[in-house]
Design a binder for this molecule. Structure first.
Ligand code: GTP
Ligand code: MG
Ligand code: ZN
Length: 350
């Protein structure tokens, strides 16, 4: 192949100008990035109800929910973010974008979920109570609960563990279900048993929501949207039957959405996951997310102990002595092993 000639400065400038023009033409229809624009009213505070690509539904001070463009400079806006936005003064049609988000406030907290396609992505921001929802169907999966607990502990939060669909517990599975959930109680986590179908146990959820930003997370099909509907029927969220073939949910909810409770407090329904990765965390952060391991950190014989089959490992000794559950230690090992499969690329750098 012939060696390429170096471009002159003028050529480079021209190429860049053309590229810029192309980018301008690719702006979504109705995109507004001119903040001096007189078509917009003064800046006001708001909260992100939901985010869809370049748009977000923003709730303003008067309670209206308005579809807005997001200023290009704003990266990673997510449900629950506190923003400053400007309302459009005159709308010609109902489909017009009715406002523009101009700035986002610093977050108090954020739940991150790395995804093989999208990289490290926030799920919701400014949460102060995390509800990890599991169910009898799809099958109760402690390894996913453990992953959410690590994520919550990393946010400095103690999650509440919800077991939904207790109407489906049969006598032969009762003991194993109780044993699984009691193990979390013994670690100090609050566990609530509910059925959104029969309403059993619902008061143990509703009594804890007031004045908090509550985020519901968990596998697809466990009943997060059903739970939000049960608490606040006006939310009218679409739910779908768990597939009879795979026993898995259908990924019915595709974006997180915030609902204001009339009595104070907010509910955020989030899309279900098949797996919850923790690629964005370090080995130490993961270790620290297992609360019963914390007292043993630094007690292994070797400072660089990998807690695998290292001699004198305090964690392995605690498992052997029955002080740490094998299931939890196994979860820890599997999370650490999964870090080796972390996809590479810019999207996965924090
Ligand atoms: N038997 C029984 N079924 C329930 C209960 N709660 C929810 N379901 C059913 O479980 C299925 C899945 O519920 P969803 O609320 O859509 O689950 P989700 O967690 O929001 O799922 P994604 O949006 O995919 O993450 C629906 O068919 C619900 O009717 C319950 O307490 N008992
Ligand atoms: Mg849902
Ligand atoms: Zn060790």
């Amino acid at each position: 192949m012939a060696k390429r000639k170096k471009l002159t400065k003028t050529q480079t400038r021209r190429i860049q100008a053309n590229l810029q023009k192309c980018l301008e033409n690719r702006k979504p229809k109705g995109f507004i990035d001119d903040l001096s624009n007189e078509q917009f009213g003064p800046q006001e505070p708001g909260v992100v109800i939901s985010r869809f690509g370049q748009h977000a539904d923003i709730q303003g001070e008067n309670g209206d929910i308005v579809r807005c463009n997001i200023r290009r400079a704003i990266d990673n806006l997510v449900c629950g973010d506190h923003v400053e936005w400007r309302r459009a003064k005159n709308l010609e049609s109902e489909n017009d974008i009715a406002g523009v988000v101009v700035a986002v406030h610093e977050r108090q907290s954020v739940l991150i979920r790395p995804d093989a396609y999208d990289g490290i992505k926030p799920v919701a921001a400014n949460i102060d109570q995390l509800w990890v929802v599991s169910a009898i169907l799809p099958a109760l999966t402690p390894s996913i609960i453990d992953r959410y607990i690590v994520a919550a502990e990393e946010m400095g939060m103690q999650p509440i563990l919800v077991l939904n669909k207790i109407d489906l517990i049969t006598p032969d599975m009762k003991d194993i279900v109780d044993e699984t959930m009691d193990a979390y109680r013994e670690l100090g986590y609050e566990v609530v048993y509910i059925s959104t179908k029969t309403q059993e146990g619902m008061e143990n959820v509703t009594s804890k929501l007031k004045d908090k930003v509550n985020l519901f997370v968990g596998q697809s099909g466990v009943g997060k949207s059903s739970l939000v509907n049960a608490i606040y029927p006006e939310s009218n969220i679409l739910t779908q039957i768990v597939s009879e073939n795979s026993g898995l949910g259908q990924h019915t909810t595709t974006v997180a959405r915030l609902h204001q409770l009339p009595q104070g407090g907010q509910l955020i329904d989030s899309p279900g996951v098949r797996e919850f990765s923790l690629w964005h965390l370090s080995q130490d952060q993961i270790l620290n997310g297992f609360i019963e391991f914390r007292d043993l950190i630094g007690c292994c014989r070797f400072r660089d102990c990998q807690h695998k089959n290292d001699p004198g490992c305090a964690l392995i000794e605690a498992v052997d002595a029955g002080k740490i559950s094998e299931a939890r230690f196994d979860s820890y090992q599997r999370i650490i092993e999964s870090l080796a499969n972390k996809p590479t690329g810019r999207k996965f750098e924090k």
